[in-house]
Ligand binder design. Sequence first.
Ligand code: PLP
Length: 474
Amino acid sequence: MSDSWVNSAERAGSDLHLDLSGPGSRRSVLMGALRDAIRSGRLAPGTRLPPYRSLAADLGLARNTVAAAYAELIAEGWLTARQGSGTRVAQRAEPRKPTRAPKEARSVPAPVHNLRQGQPDAASFPRTAWLAAARRAINAAPNEAFGPGDPQGRPELRRALADYLSRVRGVRARPDQIVICSGFAHALRLLFPGVLRGPLAVESYGLAFHRELLHQASIRTVPLELDEHGPRVDELPSRKGVRAVLLTPAHQFPTGGPLHPARRAAVVDWARARDGLVLEDDYDGEFRYDREPVGAVQGLDPDRVLYIGSVSKSLSPAVRLGWMVLPEHLVDDVLAVKGEREAWASVLDQLTLADFVDSGHYDRHVRRMRQRYRRRRDQLVARLLERAPQVTATGVAAGLHAVLRLPPGSERSAVAAAARRGLALDGLAGFRHPDATMPAMDGLVVGYATPPEHAYASALDVLVDALAELTGLR
Ligand SMILES: Cc1ncc(COP(=O)(O)O)c(C=O)c1O
């Protein structure tokens, strides 16, 4: 492995964290960023750099730009290139010795590897196809599209989504039941407390940010236990005053399993009997690796299930577009909260996404990313088997993250061992509902989609090193 550029020196293969925001040509900005990384010691002498093609892809630059930057830095003496051994940081380019160690460097280093869950591989955003879709969509848009936006969302996008969601996720939707928003968090803000009031049943493990949003809207959340079949929806009838439940049925967030088929039916029956509502958070439903995706629960009863999706996992959280497929009787209430004009979701981005979906680029991108994430998932499982066989990865059949279950009491030391090696990742504790009564689970949530391609293998190396250090696992 010492030949591999991702493994040759202490920091090699880490996400290079190059700041390319400065003024000037892309080439000179990249050269400046590489010089800074070498001067500061982040790129140590001897470190092998990624092949210019990979770095170009990860940074979204033209290959020529990166090749030219490498060539100039070689000419300046910062880098060396030898046939068969790639491009490396020159031995004589000594890092400047800091006169005084920065505060945090003395205790825990700033993370250089990132396996935190929550985002797709940002380097894979389909820039060219997105730009082409934007160009086509803006050229074809009628003049009225450039006036104030309809708060329900562009009809082009609602039509495209109705078709896509029914084809891919088994959602039963007509365009007039869809309301566009800027993502799942925005959907929660629109629904609570303007349309729905608490208390709301939720899963015992979930995203703290969403719990906080609900708390700010004065909504009391009531946790349901989780077991190997997902949330215990059989607890719903005994939860006083609860008429709505928020679930992640395709892939429980963050623990990972799908909701058992019997429970899918049971929760819909409960909603019918209680005149209640199921809120379905389908945040990564398209990413399923070992069999066909599990369809949305919404397909079982569109009058009782409110379906919410966004492009944050499939495309990018930077796009800020999402959608609600509403039971008919709630459409007007949601529109009343949204107001007279679209104030959140850019109409131009909506038109672009509509074209992106209709032209097949969305399906193609999801397919490509599914292959990439499956490969990364397989690499994670293989590395664990090889270096930390005591640790099992769970929730790996789908999604962009896995949970590594750990013996009770060992989670904090595992997170700390990773942090000491410059690896950022989360433990399960941060996802636990403060009122949960089920036994606590120890585990690491590994976002295997997060790093760019060039940084993934070394992030895994650091992860298994950190796990190997835990005595309880031997
Ligand atoms: C559980 C869960 N739901 C929904 C989302 C999507 O959130 P948003 O659309 O607000 O970016 C995420 C994050 O991407 C998530 O982790």
